[in-house]
Ligand binder design. Sequence first.
Ligand code: ZN
Length: 153
Amino acid sequence: MNKDQRHLNVTAIENGTVIDHIPANNVFKVLHILNLENNKNQVLFGDNLDSKKYGKKGIIKVSNTYFAANEINKIALVAPTATFIEIKDFEVVTKKQVQVPDHIQRIVKCFNPNCITNVECVPSKFNVVDKTEMKLLCHYCEKITSKNNIVFV
Ligand SMILES: [Zn+2]
C-alpha cells in the first residue's frame, strides 16, 4: 500500500467513532441499523477496502458521536467482526468489540409469516439461543429464525 492510499483509508477525525472491520457489503446495513442515515454529524464511509485480516472490509467514521454497548451490539448480526474505535482529540481512547446480545428487538423480522409481529403492529422480540449459528427464538410464536432467514426490518 502506498502512502496516498493509506491516507485515504484512515482520514483522521477529531472526535467521534470509527467503526472498522465491517464485512464488505454490509456497510449500508450498519448505517441503517445505527440510524446513521439521520445523523446530523459528518458521516464518512467506505466499502470493499483492502484489509490484511479479512480480505475486503467496510469502514464508517462518525464525528461527534459515541455508541452505547446496546447500540454496538445491535450490529452483531451483520458485522460481528466490527470494532468501535472511539477518538478524542485525534487520539484513540478505547476500542470496543461487538458482542452478540442475549436479546434482539425490532431489528429483524420473525421468519413465521403468521407471527403476530408480522400480522399486527407489534415490534419483533427474540432470544438469541445460539450465538454462533445466530438462531433467534421468537418471543411471541416461539419459532426459530436462523442466519439464512434473517430479514432486517
Ligand atoms: Zn414470531
